[in-house]
Write a protein that binds this ligand. Sequence first.
Ligand code: GLN
Ligand code: ZN
Length: 755
Amino acid sequence: MTTLHFSGFPRVGAKRELKFAQERYWRKELEEQDLLDLAKALRTRNWQHQAQADADFVSVGDFSFYDHILDLQVATGAIPARFGFDSQNLELDQFFQLARGNQCQFALEMTKWFDTNYHYLVPEFHADTEFKANPRHYLNQLQEAQALGYRAKPTLVGPLTFLWLGKEKSEGFNRLDLLPKLLPVYSQLLSALADAGAEWIQIDEPALTQDLPSAWLEAYQSCYAALSAVNAKLLFATYFGSVAEHAPWLKTLPVEGLHIDLVRAPEQLDAFSDYEKVLSVGVINGRNIWRANLNDLLDKLEPLQAARGDKLWLSTSCSLLHSPYDLSVEARLQEENPDLYSWLAFALQKSEELKVLKRALQQGRTSVRAELEASRVAAESRAASKQIHRHEVGQRLAALPANADQRKSPFAQRIKAQQEWLKLPLLPTTTIGSFPQTLEIRQARAAFRKGDLSLEQYERLMEKEIEFVVRQQEALDLDVLVHGEAERNDMVEYFGELLEGFAFTKFGWVQSYGSRCVKPPIIFGDVSRPQAMTVRWSAYAQSLTKRVMKGMLTGPVTILQWSFVRDDIRRETVCKQIALALNDEVRDLEKAGIKVIQIDEPAIREGLPLKRADWASYLQWAGEAFRLSYYGCEDSTQIHTHMCYSEFNDILAAIAALDADVITIETSRSDMELLTAFSAFKYPNDIGPGVYDIHSPRVPEQSEIEHLLRKALQVIPAERLWVNPDCGLKTRAWPETKAALENMLAVTKKLRAEL
Ligand code: GLN
Ligand code: ZN
């Protein structure tokens, strides 16, 4: 018997029902009971789907009203004391306040869940943090599933990963020191579930795929020795990478089974082949949208099954939380591109794939002949499709000269050629690209999409908007202007829609955090740019003004990072294909007289691999791809880039190697701290540290901007310093935008006079 199990399903529903209900509840348009009922219906549906897929265990505990790490904070009593809530009797409203903040307390910090686009709420730890078990969340779901007749396996994140993901909020202690206090609470949680009839409990320890300090690694044995006293079988799960290096001690861990991710790290199987207990293999990718090649998988699984018998379990690589829900609702995609449709699998289809694998292992391949045949046909059509494999794209990459990613001259020479025509004052001022996306702009875009506006009408409206934005910037007396990005819905989607090799879904939503979902484009084929994407808007904007107009592109790494990427060639290759498509745009912009061009790369840092050993190679190709996007441009063309996160001290060399003439970065929230690192590193090119935070509608005082700018001047020579906000202004309204920029300009002029 092969056991099939799930460790998590998408929570928000096939059509984001949970999101809409939550938001209505927050607006007080929906009663709590109605929200609870909807949640129950969603869980029930998820269990039905798992049962239909022949699951031996459905997953419980994975459903959350916001975030599963927040659930765990409640379950262990580790919610921040600053809220003054009682974790044992927490109300739903209070739960949401932890996640979203209230009048007196800011929300828990949010950060990315490993290398996914999901954000969890960061636990806050203090030396005196006390824990208290509250198994309600898991128990309720377990009992609910049992009542419906399902055999259920609770899944929760383990104590070491929980501590690892948290933050020390006071000085002088190490959060690992909290483990002895936390363990008894975990034991109580697990015991409560065991008493309620959970035969197996899955404990996720994905932290183990990162570089853990030795003290953390050493803690695993004793930690799980303590938990093993619980009267349920524990499945110790890792995902998002290999744990092969830990195999020797993992195999002796006092648990009943291990789960490993064979999608991300297939090579780790060897290290566990002699494991004597249950080995759960994650063979269906929980994080993407591609259909698996079931015949190939069976070639690997059959010998494994022969050797392991009952001790082989089947699952997805990780929770299906990171995958969209159901392909079968994508009628438009199916009609427009039936081939592509046949290569895809969302959560429900992935569940079906597991079902086929299970049946083939139990009853032989002939019992699922039709399904395997369909899988083969899809794999073959994908491997041979002319939509995907376009000879000229590969040729072009292969034919690049060795130094294609290097500018013609070094920065010192380029900047002279640029200054000669730019004639900018000291402390030149600019913005990051977008201006307020007003209701009118969004309505115009929506109307155009629906066909209610003709292309001509739409273009006129956008031109009017551009003209407005240009006049505003002139009135403010900014030096380098932008066109405002009114025509862009999203900085990745906009380009994806204009590039060859990209596809879009209607309901391919994935939870990003809370009620927020993203719908990443699908990069399915070789990427190229059939026609200019931005030139029209930038050239129009330039035609309106004597001032310099900055062109605006999203960089190749960011486009890659925020898409579902094909898995049949290396990410590096996809990224470089995007870079060359963008390069076509850069050249066309140059030809159209747009010779200041910003290539945004906010996602470079989040692409960093989980293990440091892999950083150098990623940074190498990511940097190369970025540089290829400006391949061949003139010395006198000024390339800008923008990044909006403040943690890049450890990758400064790679940032410098991008060799952008100007980099604008987010620094205001950290009081210019980051700049000290840039200066210590002797960052060679121009820098525009953000002088105010655009994330809040609050208008910064001149004195605050002056404080930041003076700080910046202490570490960056005035000749290389630019003045700009932290990030794009699309989420702001006009009144505060104008007021803030006025203050920014006033301070800049005051300081210029002193220089
Ligand atoms: N140019 C983009 C904008 O201004 C940059 C957005 C970003 O950094 N995320 O909106
Ligand atoms: Zn930004």
